[in-house]
Design a protein around this ligand. Sequence first.
Ligand code: MG
Length: 369
Amino acid sequence: MKIARRDMLKTLAAAGLAGAARPLLAGERPRFSLSVKRLTLKHTWTIARNSSDYKDNVFVRIERDGVVGWGEAAPNVRYGESAEKTMGVLEQARPLFESSDWFEYVDLRRRWETFTKDQTCAGAALDMAVLDWVGRKLNVPLYQLLGLDGSQTPVTTFSIGIDTPDVVRQKVREAAEFPVLKIKVGRDNDAEILAAVRDVTNCPLRVDANEGWRDRQTALDRIRWLQDLGVELIEQPMPAGMLEETAWLRDRVDIPIIADEAVKRAADIPELAQAYDGINIKLMKSGGIQEALRMIHVARALGLKIMLGCMIASSVSITAAAHLSPLIDYADLDGNLLIADDPFAGVTVGHGRLVLPAGPGLGVTERRV
Ligand code: MG
């Protein structure tokens, strides 16, 4: 039987029928595999709460009918996630993927969310993988599957992590092709960092304090100072739990305040509308593309601005997010550009704008190294 099957595959391949058109052979089991890949950062990455030189992300590869789908989880310590815990959660999804119809991804998601709640990045990886597979199987890019115009993508910011003035100046020079920069602040050297940035460029800036300012007067003084420097918006100035203080701030500043750490899912959004002007959606927080879409609709209904952000990650998850970018106001999808050894290729940046790949599904390809 095995020899006959191999011969049949050879015949199909010779006839150019392997891949998307190959029928599921009797007894062929869907495949579900997991791996951890270490992604090395080009520069040490420092934000208000921590510092890192690499990220261990978890990759999901699913295969059925000769069609492969890829997903990625970027565990984040801020949300109690780790590669080890994520692997444990993803392992629980194996029987689900081995026994269900992947076109029914809405129901699949409902089922995996019973065990991915504490590691939402694991849910994101599953969601990406199944939507990548569905798109490839139907031979359409994900943005088309979602009914979007793939040419209507926004510019993306490039993020400058916290560093010494010399390194900040060097990073800003390296980012010359990006028309807008996102500057990380929230430690005791905010003024030094902004001065170093302005030494090199007059481009528009967005600033992320990552919950770094813990009293409202400090936050107010810093935001007013940033306004005077021409900063466009401020992201998560105070800790996520300080909703009243953030509402107080909003009444006193002119630039939009965007929630990041304060928002993960659609259900979090309504109460944030009293304190923030917009939300930063990330697939790793929402648990995937399906929930990110719900968040976009809820935020729009409440009149909020939408940023689409990311963790440090490969082109798999950055490309997945980029497929949603025609729907949003601000893109911050540069996680793949901050790493030195991206194992995948997908979305690119041209004159600062996101350029979606043309291939089906996510449109990502594995790099051969
Ligand atoms: Mg942020």
